[in-house]
Design a protein around this ligand. Structure first.
Ligand code: SF4
Length: 430
């Protein structure tokens, strides 16, 4: 398998972290480091794990694509406050070999730090533990099972698997939702208990000043009176339940969901407090999308997905609708782009078309996860991913699109969105 034969060749063939920082000297070096860590992942040493204080550091999590196995962080902050959410594995437990070896989280002078090949890269700071972590609901469910916490956001994953994983060959090829769900051997419910969620949200809100947004995500649900109605109904019920705790819509709310019909979008808009809607197109090219996301292609289609995003932007307003892309997956062999230049040109042209219709693109970084169809594939170069981030940022500026529901303040996961931190007022900058 190609992925078994990991480095050193890629280090010799591609621009290094330092070289990319120098090439893109107009971008924050912290964001470039974040891209590299997200692309390669991280492993954590035993001594670094032993130094984690689970009373203070966030170390337990459960979501669609992730499940903590013991005390282990699911992200960290860099010195400038950039948040890095990435796959972190226990060095002693993992045997997964990927195309590029991960960074290491270790202790340097007694402090957690990123290292690479034994070299110090930078200090890191674990995400702060939310106060509700050790609480259980009246049903006895640990609250962290139904509510994750970023520094500023509540994350609630409602449907913890995906219908595309139940249909042979239909799941997105980089995804591990089905593998993650199956690994819990029935311990994890397909749909979280909504009473548990409501209780956890109430408890979380007792921590003063922590949250500026609440976020819901689910795997795709295809069923219902009309296709996807089950998913829409689930969101509406949950949003109505928690909406009463957020008076006057003074908190950002977002769902990351399937691309819904106009009727379904209007229901979400009219019947709930929802401010922001995201439906992930994943790949900004129809041919590669059809290969990478066969379920989405079959049930909605690339053009259909785009049309629904355009309609969503009409309903929720420009800048309130975004689409996530798994940046770099468009380069996967054999059906991805053959050159980085062509990929950038075509994908950014698609991003521009989305921007013209009021839809922003949120860049997620393609990385390798054990249990995905693509687990042994090659990931994209840091140079390419940085150019992609810059291209998305420039488009957002040209169209004066600032996606408040999915930006560095509310989400913090997307390098392209991080670049908006230095916002210069729209069209004229850069
Ligand atoms: S829609 Fe695709 S990426 Fe999302 S959970 Fe389902 S298979 Fe995974």
């Amino acid at each position: 398998m190609s992925g078994e034969n990991i480095s050193p060749p890629w280090r010799e063939q591609e621009l290094s972290l330092q070289a990319v920082k120098e090439k893109y000297s107009d971008l924050s070096p912290f964001i470039i480091l974040k891209i590299d860590v997200q692309r390669r992942g991280a492993k954590i040493t035993r001594r670094a794990l032993d130094a984690i204080n689970p009373e203070k550091d966030a170390a337990f999590y459960r979501g669609i694509n992730l499940e903590s196995k013991g005390v282990i962080p699911y992200g960290f902050l860099l010195r400038d406050g950039t948040s890095v959410l990435c796959t972190i594995e226990d060095e002693a437990e993992t045997s997964f070999k990927r195309f590029r070896e991960p960074y290491t989280i270790d202790l340097v002078n007694g402090r957690p730090a990123l290292t690479d090949q034994g070299e110090f890269i930078d200090e890191i700071y674990y995400l702060p533990n939310p106060h509700f972590t050790n609480k259980v609901t009246t049903r006895g469910t640990p609250m962290w099972h139904v509510l994750m916490s970023r520094p500023q956001r509540m994350d609630i994953n409602l449907y913890q698997t995906c219908d595309f994983w139940k249909l042979a060959g239909m799941n997105c090829k980089y995804c591990v939702a089905g593998t993650t769900f199956n690994s819990t051997k029935g311990e994890k419910a397909e749909i979280v208990n909504l009473d548990d969620v409501e209780e956890a949200v109430v408890e979380a809100l007792k921590q003063p000043g922590r949250y500026r947004s609440v976020f819901f995500c689910s795997g795709s649900m295809l069923g219902g009176a009309e296709p996807q109605d089950d998913e829409v109904n689930l969101y509406i019920e949950m949003l109505q339940r928690v909406g009463k705790y957020f008076r006057d819509k003074k908190v950002m709310s977002q769902i990351v969901a399937t691309a819904f019909t106009e009727k379904q979008l209007r229901r979400l808009h009219n019947e709930t407090m929802l401010c922001g809607y995201t439906a992930d197109l994943e790949v900004l090219n129809e041919e590669v999308f059809n290969w990478v996301c066969p379920g989405k292609a079959k049930y909605i289609g690339y053009q259909g997905w785009k049309e629904r995003l355009f309609k969503a932007a009409e309903i929720f307003g420009p800048g309130s609708v975004s689409t996530g892309v798994v940046s770099g997956v468009e380069m996967v062999e054999p059906q991805g782009f053959k050159s980085e230049e062509e990929a950038l040109e075509k994908c950014l042209a698609e991003a521009e078309d989305l921007a013209k219709h009021g839809v922003t693109v949120s860049q997620q970084i393609y990385h390798l996860e054990q249990g995905s169809v693509f687990q042994h594939k090659k990931t994209a170069t840091l140079d390419y991913l940085t150019a992609f981030a810059k291209g998305i940022d420039q488009i957002s500026r040209r169209y004066n699109l600032e996606c408040l529901c999915d930006d560095y303040r509310t989400c913090g996961n997307h390098p392209s969105g991080d670049l908006a931190r230095i916002w210069q007022g729209g069209k004229e900058c850069r």
